[in-house]
Design a protein around this ligand. Structure first.
Ligand code: G6P
Length: 372
């Protein structure tokens, strides 16, 4: 058992540490000089892909947050409207579907019953179904028109970590493939994304190396009763995922918000000492969003929040207003979330450990939910 954990104290710790490989293995064989090409999508026929006029991503839990991140990128690169729907909500809204709709399911296990039923519903209506899955020959990829496997390796801990970064990676690859086939992505942007994928594993490693700093932080924060997370754009689903991780394994009340929504309600929650993690976009590549998020930090700081800012290295604008600063390597905007989520994973793990809980087997949860 200890051997399987590769010397780590838990499967979750091992799996967080596996993330550079998870990303690298998911990209492998899908990127060439021509850009991104996923053979399983090529098999569907370029004409079919070019004719898609709507994409719906369906998933549950962490996979749904990966879907939310992926949606921003697919929409940007393939210029097609993308919605994300929870699998168990999808059917009941009588969704507008046609043979030009693509449904992309995201599931680590490939066995989540809610997602499987949603895929079957879509198939019955003649929709093109693509499965993003981490488990070879699971039911969902077998039922789907195409399977784009993530190659994160087996994930044992109930709380998903490496599968999440691999899912975002796979969704990005799908977005780049669609963008190429549909002619909506310039050669420069394609090349730029390919270059980001090449340097990503080393950056993910640096993000994993924030562990010691996060462990210190968690030590001081072990008594927290509520933790909030703020993000904008692709940082928003990362805020939701950071909160979910804390609920799942540390049993702490946590919520994620879109930073822009703060003034429309959540700011009323801010009281003296309230811990708030803020995902700060890059000042180089997203100056407008960056300045808005810095203002958000000032607003909550003025009301007594304890601010933990996750920034790119070299961002000094937040320093006067943050109690703690976690620095991550430089990356293009779509590649920031793949780094930002990692300190949040460590934080949940360390708080869970500090509370003496079973990190890998949280109460009331199952790795794969095979009932509706
Ligand atoms: C369960 C797990 C979550 C997971 C969700 C979706 O609720 O506890 O960690 O995100 O199922 O699982 P899937 O296998 O479909 O990705």
């Amino acid at each position: 058992d200890a051997a399987d954990k590769g010397g780590w104290s838990s499967f979750m710790a091992k799996e967080i540490n596996d993330q550079p490989d998870a990303v690298e293995n998911t990209v492998r064989g899908r990127v060439s000089e021509r850009g991104v090409e996923i053979p399983e999508l090529t098999a569907l026929g370029d004409e079919r892909l070019a004719g898609i006029d709507r994409v719906i991503i369906i998933a549950c839990g962490t996979a749904a947050y990966a879907g939310q991140v992926g949606a921003y990128a697919i929409e940007q690169w393939a210029r097609v409207p993308v919605d994300v729907q929870l699998s168990h909500e999808f059917r009941y809204r009588d969704p507008v579907l046609s043979e030009r709709t693509m449904v992309i399911s995201v599931s680590q296990s490939g066995e989540t019953m809610d997602t499987l039923m949603a895929v079957k519903y879509a198939l019955e209506r003649g929709v093109t179904t693509v499965s993003v899955c981490n488990t070879q020959s699971a039911t969902i990829p077998r039922e789907s028109d195409a399977a784009v496997y993530t190659h994160a390796g087996p994930e044992v801990a109930v709380a998903s970590t490496k599968a999440f970064v691999a899912q975002i990676t796979a969704l990005y690859l799908i977005g780049l493939h669609l963008g190429r086939v549909r002619g909506t992505l310039s050669a420069e942007d394609q090349a730029r994304a390919v270059e980001q994928f090449e340097t990503l594993p080393a950056k993910v490693r640096e993000a994993v190396d924030t562990h010691d700093q996060i462990a210190q932080l968690a030590h001081w924060m072990a008594d927290s009763r509520s933790v909030l997370f703020l993000g904008r754009h692709v940082g928003f689903p990362i805020a939701l995922e950071g909160a979910l991780k804390l609920k799942e394994i540390a049993y702490i009340h946590a919520e994620g918000f879109a930073a822009g929504e703060l003034k429309h309600g959540p700011i009323a929650l801010i009281d003296h000492g309230q811990p708030v993690f803020v995902l700060v976009p890059s000042p180089r590549t997203s100056p407008l969003m960056h300045s808005k998020v810095v203002s958000n930090i000032q607003e909550i700081r003025a009301r007594g929040a304890r601010v933990i800012a996750i920034v790119e290295v070299g961002d000094t604008a937040v320093l006067p207003f943050a109690d703690d600063v976690i620095r991550l390597p430089l990356a293009d905007p779509f590649f920031e979330p793949l780094l930002q989520v990692i300190p949040l994973q460590w934080f949940a793990l360390e708080l869970s450990t500090a509370k003496g809980l079973d990190v890998d087997q949280p109460r009331n949860l199952a790795k794969s939910v095979t009932v509706e």
